[in-house]
Design a protein around this ligand. Structure first.
Ligand code: G4P
Length: 528
């Protein structure tokens, strides 16, 4: 195997997703703990200040306690290099999460055993299904009186529309939860309940009929486990790794992240079965990670880590070849060559400058305004990575400048914040009116706050009677121009100056589609 092949085989780049409060942050922290990346629990989440230093670094986040930022945590475990891409759970930041999912090779989905499948879980799973991303499900909080595990599995299959296959099984639930039996390697690992350190007490049970099982968990629970396992083996097919990699089956793990139960089983099996770096489609061809030439794309931009210096960090996912420090790369959209003297990686709790990075890695690039979400870097070839579209926003408001002396700052601020993907900006002529579109109300507050604190600009948002934005194209340029002229202020221009029809209602949109057969209406910005 060549160096690059070896490096690729070592990579596991994945995202943890969940409905808020299911335990995503806790699980992330426990994975870091079991992976040896941090020594004590609480490092990721013990308080908001620390949290801002490692996983979420935005002032707003500290204020609100909502995980706004997507961050990356890397650690080494059993010769593997594991990259966890964290995602905001709050639904108003769903687009950020969707974009992060373009940069992962697999996903761990966390479910609260009391609440079962929640609204945000369904939406996130829809994106995974669409992209055929392999998913592992972790059912958390088994120390609470949750639903019956068999019922939970049925609910997962029905609501998430994917076949499931348990790979661990809980021994009792609620207050009497004792741990999980590992169906994958047929062992029983009992942990002492301990929230800050790992004290493992592994009891290997090779044979479920062994009296050791009764001794460890009591006769009643031992018999129940035997019955459950028999039922599982009867009802569910053998675990088929290929079916998991093809996103046809989701393996399921049970546990309690906060109590360390079931996390080791999850991590070890994940390392065994999760895919290494996968190929990525572009508008020209599929890019294979082992391609000799480097390529990658920006899936996230984070601005103003230090409000005094207006620096931004672009998160670049390496897709092929080797990324090298100080080497010139081709910025496809701007058609110019760029190089980076201080690219860094995200080892848990610290950032180190790196000399090279391999496919599957995420590199942090200091940016002075060259990048937008979705930008592609190559070694000269012209292509764009696919699957990083903007979707039609759901709420539209006009941005009104409240301080005429600061209009330059406002202009710059809104440009940069929308480059980051916080929201979408559409310009309406005449008058250069700025319409901001988002998927949730919270983003307007974030924008207002950040414009004021990071750019010194004051603004107000006025509601607009718009419910949908559709990108418009036509094979007949004259017809398109005529349509744009006729629609006047119902046409906005996005950041790439593509015309967008801003529809008042779904009905109005349908009428326009019906009455204008020469115009194509696109639901996302990615059309060819
Ligand atoms: P999120 O990132 O998905 O939003 O969830 P997070 O990890 O912050 O967990 C949400 C709450 O659930 C936290 O409680 C956390 O301690 C708790 N939790 C996580 N795993 C388990 C578990 O296995 N069992 C039980 N019973 N609770 C769990 P909190 O009160 O909101 O915060 P904290 O003060 O405890 O940190």
């Amino acid at each position: 195997m060549s160096t690059i092949e070896q490096e690729i085989a070592k990579r596991r780049t994945f995202g943890i997703i969940s409905h808020p409060d299911a335990g995503k942050t806790t699980l992330t922290e426990k994975l870091l703990l079991f992976g040896g990346a941090i020594q004590t629990a609480g490092a990721v989440k013990s308080n908001k200040i620390k949290k801002s230093a490692t996983s979420d670094f935005m002032e707003i986040e500290k204020q609100r306690g909502i995980s706004v930022a997507t961050s990356v945590m890397t650690f080494e475990y059993h010769d593997l290099k594991i990259n966890i891409l964290d995602t905001p759970g709050h639904k108003d930041f769903a687009e950020d999460t969707y974009r992060t999912l373009t940069a992962v090779d697999s996903v761990i989905l966390v479910i609260d055993c009391v609440k079962g499948v929640e609204e945000q879980t369904e939406r996130l799973m829809e994106v995974c299904r669409m992209r055929k991303t392999p998913v592992i499900i972790f059912i958390n909080k088994m120390d609470r009186e949750g639903q019956n595990p068999f019922d939970l599995l049925d609910e997962l299959e029905q609501k998430l529309m994917i076949k499931v296959r348990p790979l661990t099984w809980p021994i009792n639930i609620g207050q009497n939860f004792k741990g999980v039996y590992n169906l994958y390697d047929k062992s029983l690992n009992l942990f002492s309940v301990n929230k800050t350190r790992i004290e493992r007490d592994i009891v290997a049970i090779d044979d479920l009929n062994s009296p050791e099982l009764d001794k460890q968990v009591g006769e009643r629970d031992a018999n129940q486990l035997r019955e459950d396992v028999e039922l599982i083996e009867g009802v569910y097919d053998e675990f088929d790794r290929q079916a998991y990699l093809d996103a046809d089956v989701a393996p399921v793990f049970f546990g309690s992240a906060v109590n360390n139960f079931g996390v080791q089983e999850l991590l070890d099996t994940f390392c065994d079965i999760a895919p290494a770096t996968l190929p990525r489609p572009t508008d020209v061809r599929v890019i294979i990670p082992t391609d000799k030439k480097f390529s990658g794309f920006v899936f996230k931009i984070h601005a103003n880590l230090d409000p005094k210096h207006r620096d931004r960090i672009a998160f670049l996912r390496v897709c092929s070849g080797i990324f090298e420090r100080n080497k010139f790369y081709h910025h496809v959209r701007l058609d110019k060559d760029v190089r980076f003297s201080n690219p860094y990686n995200f080892m848990a709790q610290s950032k180190d400058v790196i000399d090279e990075a391999f496919p599957g890695d995420v590199v942090g690039l200091y940016d002075t305004g060259n990048f937008k979400i979705g930008d592609t870097l190559t070694e000269g070839e012209d292509f764009f990575f696919q699957g990083i579209p903007s979707f039609s926003p759901e709420i539209f408001k006009e941005l009104i400048n409240m301080d005429p002396l600061k209009s330059k700052q406002l202009e710059k601020g809104i440009q940069q914040l929308t480059d980051e993907g916080v929201a979408q900006l559409f310009l309406i002529q005449p008058g250069n009116r700025k319409v901001v579109g988002t998927v949730g109300d919270l983003q307007f507050e974030v924008i207002q706050y950040r414009l004021e604190h990071e750019y010194g600009a004051k603004c107000r948002f006025d509601s607009m009677p718009i419910s949908k934005a559709c990108w418009i194209t036509s094979d007949n340029p004259a017809k398109l121009q005529e349509y744009i002229r006729l629609k006047g202020t119902q046409i906005g221009y996005d950041k790439d100056e593509h015309p967008v029809f801003l529809a008042e209602s779904d009905w109005m949109l349908r009428m326009n589609i019906q009455n204008n057969p020469d115009i194509r209406f696109h639901q996302t910005s990615e059309f060819k």
